[in-house]
Design a protein around this ligand. Structure first.
Ligand code: ZN
Length: 197
C-alpha cells in the first residue's frame, strides 16, 4: 500500500521520502491508505481515501490538527488506458500538475499534500534550491557592497575598508564565505541533479 521511508543519506529529500500511490493498487471502487510508518515524523498520520470512478480518482487526504480539527485536502486525478502488446489494457495516472499531464504509473505526495509525478517533484526541489541559492548570492553581494568589493562571489576578494574595525571585517568575511559556500554547494547539487534527469 502506501509507504513512507526516509533516506538515510542525508537531509535532501528524495522520492523515497514521499508517500507513493501506485496505479496497480486501484482495484475495486475504494482504497483507504494510512501513513503510519515510524518515519512519518512528528506530524499526525495522514489518512488518504481514494474513490475510483470511471476515468478519474477522487483523493481525499485528512490530517488531524493540534486543536483536534481536521485539515482536508481533495484532489482529482484523471486516468487513462493504453493497449497492451498482447491484448488487454494498461492503466495510467495522468499527472495532475498543470502543464505536466504525463502518463505515469506512480504518483508521490508532495509537501503541499497533493500527488504529483516524480518529474514534478524534482522540479519543485530544483526551484526550492534556486531560492536558497538566490538568497545566499544576494546576501553575499550585500556584504561585498559594505566591504567595497566587486559584486559576485567569484570576483576577487578585497581588503578591509578604511575605518572598519578588524573584528567587524573578520565577521563580515566569515559570513560572506558562508554564503558563497552555500551558492557553490547548490550549483554543484543542481548539476548532479541535472545529470540524473
Ligand atoms: Zn508531473
Amino acid at each position: 500500500m502506501v509507504y513512507g521511508n526516509h533516506s538515510e543519506k542525508g537531509s535532501r529529500p528524495t522520492i523515497q521520502d514521499h508517500l507513493a500511490l501506485h496505479v496497480s493498487w486501484l482495484h475495486g471502487n475504494e482504497l483507504t491508505v494510512s501513513d503510519q510508518s515510524e518515519h512519518a515524523g512528528p506530524k499526525a498520520p495522514r489518512q488518504i481515501r481514494v474513490l475510483v470512478k470511471d476515468d478519474v480518482i477522487a483523493v481525499e487526504l485528512r490530517q488531524q490538527r493540534h486543536d483536534g480539527s481536521y485539515y482536508v485536502q481533495r484532489q482529482q486525478i484523471a486516468l487513462t488506458w493504453t493497449a497492451c502488446h498482447y491484448g488487454g489494457k494498461r492503466l495510467w495516472f495522468i499527472c495532475p500538475t498543470r502543464h505536466c499531464e504525463r502518463r505515469i504509473g506512480t504518483l508521490f505526495l508532495s509537501d503541499d499534500n497533493v500527488f504529483r509525478c516524480r518529474h514534478c517533484l524534482k522540479l519543485a526541489y530544483a526551484s526550492q534550491r534556486q531560492t536558497i541559492e538566490d538568497r545566499a548570492a544576494h546576501s553575499a553581494n550585500h556584504i561585498r557592497r559594505r566591504l567595497g568589493w566587486a559584486p559576485g562571489i567569484l570576483s576577487p576578494v578585497g581588503g578591509k575598508p578604511k575605518g572598519m574595525h578588524q573584528k567587524t571585517f573578520n565577521k563580515l568575511v566569515a559570513k560572506h564565505d558562508d554564503f558563497a559556500a552555500t551558492v557553490l554547494c547548490h550549483i554543484s547539487a543542481c548539476r548532479n541533479e541535472l545529470g540524473n534527469l
